[in-house]
Design a protein around this ligand. Structure first.
Ligand SMILES: [Zn+2]
Length: 144
């Protein structure tokens, strides 16, 4: 019952964008694709949830970048925080794990797009699932 009434809130660093998710978000994915590394300075950490559970509370400084034909990325135009990965026409969307208010109560369960990872680091032995760009279960991204 707690999960049915709990709301996961979050927002950007400066407070210009705030959101709420009225359903328990899925486990966190660490995405190693080139777009995430550029947008987030390093690996992207995202959680996914039903789009219908999402509500923008404040969008004063929200801006969108169409990062591919399949998705757009939402970010704060004032503080630069990366916030949303929004796939066109899908019943779900993603928010960055780092933008969620603490405590999230969530845990990471996988690395995705590992075949696209940067050459300047190794993915440590952390026991998490690893998915390449072509494997099923690579649920947080449809293309880099
Ligand atoms: Zn901001």
């Amino acid at each position: 019952m707690a999960d049915e009434t709990q709301v996961w809130a979050g927002g950007c660093e400066c407070g210009g964008v705030r959101y709420e998710i009225a359903a328990r978000p899925g486990p966190i994915s660490f995405c190693h694709c080139g777009q995430c590394r550029r947008q987030h300075s390093h690996v992207g950490a995202y959680t996914t949830f039903p789009r219908e559970a999402f509500r923008l509370v404040k969008d004063e400084t929200l801006a969108w970048y169409q990062s591919s034909e399949r998705a757009r990325r939402g970010f704060c135009s004032r503080c630069g925080a990366g916030l949303f990965w929004d796939p066109v026409g899908e019943a779900r969307m993603d928010v960055t794990a780092g933008s969620l208010d603490q405590p999230t109560g969530l845990r990471a369960d996988r690395h995705i797009w590992v075949d696209f990872k940067g050459d300047y680091y190794d993915i440590g032995e952390d026991g998490l699932i690893r998915k390449t760009s072509t494997e099923p279960g690579n649920q947080s991204k449809v293309e880099p």
